[in-house]
Write a protein that binds this ligand. Structure first.
Ligand code: 2M8
Length: 431
């Protein structure tokens, strides 16, 4: 077996081991249920190798969809243990919109349309699967455009977990501005630090605030009546760029099910314009997320900001972004680079702490796609080579120290495996 086939076969073994029967857990012990954006990445990896499983994965996730359209960030399995916050913490059925199975009460970045598109393109006839999921996908986006787009034309996140980049330095000031009273922080017991090194995870101070924010939303049955009272509100670049790019994807898929693409084309264009107008930060040379409560952009260079490449930036902006990105990328060899979540030169860079420095395969893969879309295939290739280099040397870890290449967090991490397959296939296709 050549190196390429070997990597794919090992990645498929990880996905097999994490398969729960209807969906795939992100990792064996750390994340035992179904997570929203993880499942989208996992379906992308399975699309070309195990398309039946990819369709089941997405169907299972959308079975957890709420009647208001929200796709929850966790769909819980039948056993409610070994994870904090558990189903009994979230109590999703406090909301009349929640389905009969247990879910969390918040969401994650809308990357699902890209997964649906990837799966449909790999099926002999993708129309039956698409017909079953298309309206649900549109309802998810309607939720984001209607219930989460409150001011300024951008969708809001209400919890750092909704960004997917939980303890990113982008959220430091917003978190520091939360002043929960002791009785507003619910009692809880962490499970994560018993499974992986606590030094690689968010701090206790951050977890207190995660628990406080989740309980705040829960105590309003997940339907806050006064947006001004929500303690954490951000316009995240990654979240909104994925929403814009996903609208383009939905527009492209619409014809296959006889739907009208116009709304989706218009939404993608309007949202893209707003992203480039409101989130562009000339001094950073890239886009930055915005604190809705202060109406200020958050002046930090975060890898998620490069997702704006997926939202059709204008040419001059694109040139600046690619230059900034090139300066931040860390060489792994003469043809492979890693994308750290925070520049290694940043005083706050922590090489192994979760979303505060390590290289994450999903952000590298999304950035490679953004580069393809703005006509930078050489840099895209170096990023994909970076993905295969990191997993060959470090295994299918959750994240990697970009300065040494060593793997951290959970081993046998599903989206690392799935996107290694996708990157390997894309490298072969572009050779
Ligand atoms: C991490 O987030 C969860 C909370 O949702 C956690 O730390 O327990 C993040 O890396 C998130 O992006 C990811 O979806 C999740 C499962 O892999 O883990």
């Amino acid at each position: 077996m050549n190196e390429r086939d070997e990597l794919i076969s090992e990645a498929l073994t990880v996905l097999d081991q994490n398969w729960l029967g209807e969906s795939t857990r992100p990792a064996p012990r750390l994340y035992p249920h179904q997570w929203s954006w993880d499942s989208a990445f996992i379906a992308i990896g399975n699309a070309g190798r195990n398309s039946a499983r990819a369709t089941r994965e997405l169907d299972a996730l959308f079975r957890g969809q709420w009647s208001n359209g929200m796709v929850p960030h966790i769909v819980f399995g039948p056993t409610d243990d070994h994870y904090f916050p558990s189903a009994s913490f979230w109590q999703s059925r406090l909301s009349p919109d929640a389905p009969s199975m247990d879910t969390s009460g918040i969401c994650q970045p809308p990357v699902h349309a890209l997964a649906v598109g990837a799966v449909v393109r790999r099926l002999d006839d993708g129309r039956p699967f698409l017909a079953g999921i298309f309206d649900r996908l549109c309802a998810w986006h309607d939720y984001l455009f209607e219930e989460r787009t409150i001011a300024g034309g951008l969708a809001e996140i209400w919890h750092p977990w909704e960004s997917g980049m939980d303890n990113s330095p982008a959220w430091d000031d917003l978190m520091a501005n939360l002043h929960p009273r002791a009785d507003e922080i619910p009692a809880y017991e962490r499970v994560d630090t018993a499974v992986v090194d606590a030094a690689d995870r968010p701090t206790g101070w951050e977890y207190d605030r995660y628990a406080y924010l989740a309980a705040f939303l829960r105590d309003q049955n997940y339907a806050p009546t006064d947006p001004a009272a929500i303690p954490f509100r951000a316009h995240d670049v990654l979240f909104n760029s994925l929403l814009a790019r996903s609208e383009v994807e939905i527009a492209g898929l619409a014809g296959l099910v006889g739907a009208d693409p116009t709304l989706h084309v218009d939404r993608a264009a309007a949202l893209g314009d707003t992203i480039h107008r409101r989130l562009w930060d000339e001094s950073l040379g890239m886009h930055a997320s915005l604190d809705v409560r202060t109406a200020q952009r958050i002046p930090v260079q975060i890898a998620g900001g490069f997702a704006a490449l997926l939202a059709a930036p204008p040419p001059q902006m694109t040139t600046t972004i690619v230059q900034t990105l090139s300066d931040i990328l860390v060489p792994l060899s003469d043809r492979a680079v890693a994308l750290p979540t925070v520049p290694v030169t940043d005083p706050g860079f922590e090489p192994t702490r979760y979303w505060r420095g390590p290289a994450w395969i999903n952000l590298m893969w999304l950035t490679a796609h953004g580069l393809d879309e703005v006509g930078e295939p050489t840099l895209a290739r170096r990023l994909r080579n970076g993905i295969t280099t990191l997993v060959r040397a470090g295994g299918f870890h959750e994240y990697f120290d970009p300065t040494t290449g060593t793997g951290h967090g959970s081993s046998d991490f599903s989206w690392t495996a799935a996107l290694s397959i996708a990157a390997t296939d894309e490298l072969a296709d572009s050779a």
